[in-house]
Design a protein around this ligand. Structure first.
Ligand code: MEV
Length: 425
């Protein structure tokens, strides 16, 4: 089932509490932004009404305080910061989005923005996302008669699902909840029941684990078995995003090469990844540069996303690329498919002010919107990496950015009084 594509839902600016603000830029092109001193970038975001002073202050200092951190994890002693930047030039399903990206690796944000600029020339990204279905796994051990157990569980499916719904009443009120179940025999005497739960705008780990624990007893009774594990799977293959891009050759011309040659090089690099798991791992790392940066900026669980992405990449029995590129006529076509279980409510977003501001800056109004943006950032990063590899190699651009970071780092000084004032807000 496909959700409404990104951009068809009401913009966040429709929210009465945000009426004074453009909560999303209607133009993700901000030429020259890259060259501005950081203070001028702040001023530009304020002038455009994309952030309030208070939001900016929260972002500048990471959106989390040591005291909030103390309530979150054990033995807290401080915070671990990462740079937060904006990916520019993204058009997704005909609508522009600024893309919040938290990442320490130089060149990731510049490369994704540059790729998005080229891709917007071909019409931008198209993206679609599955309904937000997560999977609970309930393991039943010591089942003597698998056929009897299967029949008993299948026969009781409606009341089992009723029980599952009763475990997550607030999710059901919001229009989500357990939808169906499936029985899988994974070994002699070992059954696993999958319960598929629509988590709406939450990532849903806690909801799904609650369902799994509530259903274990009744399922074991029906199967005449013993309880095993009761937990979500991070292989969230019912919650995938698919992103495409079409780039006319002419948009890839460089002073040294024709676009057709660049496109052939990118398609050949994609074939290499399809044939060789060693290359596919690095190819997918390049995709995750973009995906993880969005996942982290928005306070989502990047370990879960990583686990799901790589399990999905290996689902055919061979580890393969999450995105592929082909030459079609006089265009290069790219397509990415991967599971992306992201939330915009609950979890980290509840207490991480920076994550909430990042979501508002991007103008996302559903977990599906966020998955489309993260997927587009992944495909953009992949295109940028393959284009560099197929032409000059990555070292030239990468090292230039790295040296810039080092030079900047050496010049870093403690916050000045103006910054300290912002911190106090
Ligand atoms: C570096 O962070 C990512 C790349 O290695 C990805 C790739 O090789 O496709 C450049």
């Amino acid at each position: 089932m496909i959700n409404a594509p990104l951009g068809t839902s009401a913009p966040a600016s429709a929210n009465p509490s945000n009426t004074a603000l453009n909560s999303v830029s209607d133009n993700s092109r901000m030429p020259g932004f890259y060259d501005l001193p950081i203070e001028h970038r702040w001023a530009s975001l304020l002038e455009r009404g994309l952030l309030t002073e208070e939001e900016l202050a929260r972002l500048v200092y990471g959106g989390l305080t040591a005291h909030v951190a103390d309530g979150l994890v054990e033995n807290a002693i401080g915070l671990h910061a990462l740079p937060l930047g904006i990916g520019l030039n993204f058009t997704i399903n005909g609508r522009d989005h600024l893309v919040a990206m938290a990442v320490e690796e130089p060149s990731v944000i510049a490369a994704a923005s540059n790729a998005a600029r080229i891709i917007r020339g071909g019409g931008g990204f198209c993206a679609e996302v599955d309904a937000p279905i997560m999977t609970a796994q309930i393991e039943i051990r010591g089942v003597e008669d698998i056929d009897q157990a299967t029949r008993a569980i299948e026969g009781d499916e409606p009341s089992l699902l009723e029980l599952a719904r009763a475990a997550v009443p607030r999710l059901v009120e919001r229009g989500g909840g357990p939808r169906t179940l499936e029985i899988r025999a994974i070994d002699q005497g070992n059954l696993v029941v999958h319960v598929y739960v629509d988590c709406r705008d939450a990532m849903g780990a806690n909801l799904v684990n609650t369902v799994a624990e509530a259903m274990s007893g009744p399922l074991c009774a029906l199967a005449k078995g013993r309880p095993g594990l009761r937990i979500l799977t991070n292989l969230t293959d019912r919650r995938c995003v698919r992103v495409g891009a079409r780039i006319p050759f002419g948009l890839m011309d460089t002073p040294a090469r024709r676009g057709a040659e660049v496109a052939d090089g990118i398609a050949a690099a994609s074939r290499f990844a399809d044939l060789d798991p060693y290359r596919a791992a690095t190819h997918n790392k390049g995709i995750m540069n973009g995906v993880d940066a969005v996942v982290m900026a928005t306070g989502n669980d990047w370990r879960g996303v990583e686990a799901g992405a790589h399990a999905f990449a290996a689902r055919t029995g061979r580890y393969r690329p999450l995105a592929v590129w082909h030459v079609v006529g006089a265009e290069l076509h790219g397509a990415l498919e991967m599971p992306l279980a992201l939330g915009i409510v609950g979890g980290t977003t509840t207490f991480h002010a920076g994550a909430r501001v990042a979501l508002r800056l991007m103008g996302v109004t559903s977990s599906g919107d966020l998955a489309c943006i993260a997927g587009a950032a992944g495909l953009a990063s992949n295109f940028a990496a393959l284009r560099a590899l197929a032409t000059d190699g990555i070292q030239r651009g990468h090292m230039r950015m790295h040296q810039r970071a080092v030079a900047h780092g050496l010049a870093l000084s403690p916050p000045d009084s103006k910054a300290a004032k912002i911190q106090a807000i």
